[in-house]
Design a protein around this ligand. Structure first.
Ligand code: UDX
Length: 431
């Protein structure tokens, strides 16, 4: 059955969700207060890089199932289910800024003239659903009935369309049974297991899951320290651990640290929420510390080897916070570049998708249009993002055009023995 859906906020979550809902047959109106973004989307442009998204948006706009507007009223009046997918940015003390959510709740309340289901998709602290319901009750002049639902999103950037089309699970948090059937109909085409819970549990599932994944990465990064001290290989250790089905191999890739717009923010938020609830979540504070230490260790590896960085030229492959995205928000690669520049190094950088976005935060680097041109004149090469294409780097050519063939691999993309056999001084993580 086709549902009439409005999505407020056309960021990563909102736009991908809207496009995927339309693709399975729902009628979707995406609302954004940024008129220039709406104009871009209407003209067929996509403000972010996300594999598969552009085609999906084009096809569904052409079929008349997906449309864009800057008017919340238009979106709300033509829909039965309204998804809130606006940003919940961090504040300086680590807590979450809920001003966008509150404003949208008020706006929705102001235009409701019949029963609506208002769904929160943004990542929010536990008990936000209650606050949204209170705000809508207060600001709804028409005094119509409504239900608030929590439906957290688990998509990964770079795999967002895939994650949305084939989700592991759908979590639906409700305060009454009334919206359950309609929500199940929205998700029926995705054929995923659906977990119906109370709203507070649904909100907690998101924070608990993200923090656990971050913990998994910090755990293997801590193991990487032990591996380096003993000559063990962290990839072998991760493979062996991952063969235990209770553990699983995913999210056990040691790295120079996790970043992005979710894990760091969600961890800080969860620590803050726990503090407000009277619990000092020391375990998660340690997850943050291991992550910060991993970056420091990596920079130290570089300075220990190159000694003085002033006037050295370092080539950096990767600027995005991970593969398959142009997103540089809280990217470990950018953090690393800024640290190297602070030490006086000159950078030659390349990323398959993130160069434009990186220029605003890393204005002094030399942006090289092709990865094989990066090594020219470099004293060392750094791999900072796990783009698979970096494995295809012309190592022979690189070695010839570099001042010294030294590579610091923050993503373990190459094999240490092969690199040494090819004449490289090669340093990676946990090996
Ligand atoms: C994450 C969650 O995976 C997703 O479910 C949630 O909805 C939003 O937050 P995302 O931030 O897009 O998604 O990226 P993810 O693929 O989880 O990677 C996060 C960071 O961890 C990246 O910097 C990545 O490079 C790093 N990472 C990931 C590792 O260092 N090692 C790993 O094994 C996995």
């Amino acid at each position: 059955m086709s549902s009439r859906i409005c999505i407020i906020g056309t960021g990563y979550v909102g736009l991908v969700t809207g496009a995927c809902f339309a693709d399975v047959g729902h009628k979707v109106i995406c609302v954004d207060c940024d008129e220039s973004k709406v104009a871009l989307l209407k003209s067929g442009g996509i403000p972010i890089y996300e594999p598969g998204l552009e085609d999906l948006v084009k096809a569904n706009v052409a079929e008349g199932r997906l449309s864009f507007t800057a008017s919340t009223e238009e979106g709300v009046q033509n829909s039965d289910i309204i998804f809130i997918a606006v940003p919940t940015p961090p504040q300086p003390d680590g807590s979450v800024d809920l001003a966008f959510i509150e404003r949208v709740a008020r706006e929705i309340a102001g235009c409701m003239s019949s029963y609506k289901i208002v769904v929160d998709k943004s990542t929010v602290p536990v008990k936000t659903g209650q606050k949204v319901a209170e705000a809508i009750t207060r600001y709804c002049k028409a005094k119509v009935e409504f239900d608030v639902v929590s439906n957290p999103e688990f998509l990964r950037e770079g795999f967002a369309v895939e994650d949305l089309m084939k989700p592991d699970r759908i979590v639906i948090g409700v305060q009454s049974q009334r919206p359950v059937q309609a929500m199940k109909e929205v998700y029926a085409p995705f054929e995923a297991p659906i977990l119906v819970t109370d709203i507070n549990s649904a909100e907690l599932i998101k924070h608990a899951a993200n923090s656990f994944l971050a913990l998994k990465i910090s755990y293997i990064n801590a193991i990487s320290i032990i591996c380096e001290a003993t000559g063990a290989n962290v990839i072998e250790v991760a493979n062996g651990m991952g063969m235990d089905e209770r553990i699983g191999r995913r999210f056990l890739d040691a790295s120079l640290g996790f970043g992005g717009s979710c894990f760091p923010k969600d961890l800080s938020a969860f620590i803050k929420i726990s503090e407000q609830l009277g619990y000092d979540f020391k375990l998660l504070k340690e997850v943050q510390q291991i992550n910060a230490f991993q970056m420091e260790r990596f920079v130290k590896k570089i300075t220990d080897t190159l000694w003085v960085l002033k006037d050295k030229t370092i080539g950096v492959l990767g600027l995005a916070f991970k593969q398959n995205t142009d997103d540089v928000r809280l990217s470990p690669a950018i953090d690393l570049c800024q640290r190297l520049e602070k030490e006086g190094a000159k950078l030659r950088v390349y990323d398959p998708k993130a160069m434009e976005k990186a220029k605003t935060v890393l204005p002094d680097a030399t942006y090289v249009p092709e990865m094989n041109f990066v090594p020219e004149g470099c004293d060392a090469l750094v791999i900072a993002t796990e783009w698979p294409v970096f494995r295809k780097l012309d190592l022979e050519r690189a070695r010839k055009v570099m001042t010294c063939p030294i590579m610091f691999d923050g993503r373990n993309l190459f094999d240490p023995r092969e690199m040494e056999a090819l004449g490289w001084i090669y340093k990676s993580i946990g090996r």
